[in-house]
Design a protein around this ligand. Structure first.
Ligand SMILES: Nc1ncnc2c1ncn2[C@@H]1O[C@H](COP(=O)(O)OP(=O)(O)O)[C@@H](O)[C@H]1O
Ligand SMILES: [Mg+2]
Length: 153
């Protein structure tokens, strides 16, 4: 487990840049936790930018999944908020599929899938501290995620 204090958006940008470098080849499955406005989507946007995605990255709250295929690696961005527990169960196979191979997958509101995503994954918990300050806590589950987290400083 590692916690990074981001005093402002520039710090978050730097963290996203380092993270992007670590996942640009083999990808990762990332579960994101944190209240509304914590910065889940903000982090995904910044990672996508550093992976060369030029199109606008928006919140997938209403569409559940956004995909970006124009960067260094395919990015799948889920927002599970509207699905709630039952709904998440219906797309577990898809989530698993999107965690295979060379792609970077983010799942916002992963609390709805607690214990049901038994994949090699990183969990990122974002905590609001002050208007522009956030704590990002990363926890790795599985070997691949562990290797990525070890590289993040
Ligand atoms: N250090 C920071 N890291 C991330 N977001 C920040 C930071 N400081 C301010 N923000 C702002 O907080 C908001 C987070 O919103 P968003 O990413 O949509 O949240 P979520 O997806 O968690 O609901 C954005 O407007 C973002 O610009
Ligand atoms: Mg969001």
């Amino acid at each position: 487990m590692k916690t990074f204090v981001c005093k402002n958006l520039d710090d978050t940008d730097l963290l996203a840049e380092k993270f992007a470098k670590l996942v640009e080849n083999d990808g990762c499955f990332v579960c994101m936790f944190g209240d509304i406005g914590a910065g889940k989507t903000a982090f995904v946007k910044k990672v996508a930018k550093h992976l060369g995605v030029e199109e606008k990255v928006t919140s997938p709250s209403f569409v559940i999944l956004n995909e970006y295929h124009c960067g260094k690696i395919p990015i799948f961005h889920f927002d599970l908020y509207r699905l709630e527990n039952e709904g998440v169960r219906t797309i577990l196979d898809e989530l698993e599929e999107y965690s295979q191979g060379r792609c970077l997958t983010f799942a916002e509101w992963a609390e709805f899938s607690q214990g049901e995503i038994p994949l090699d994954r990183l969990e990122i918990q974002i905590e609001y501290v002050a208007e522009t300050e956030r704590n990002f806590t990363f926890i790795a589950y599985g070997e691949k995620a562990q290797t990525i987290l070890e590289g993040l400083n």
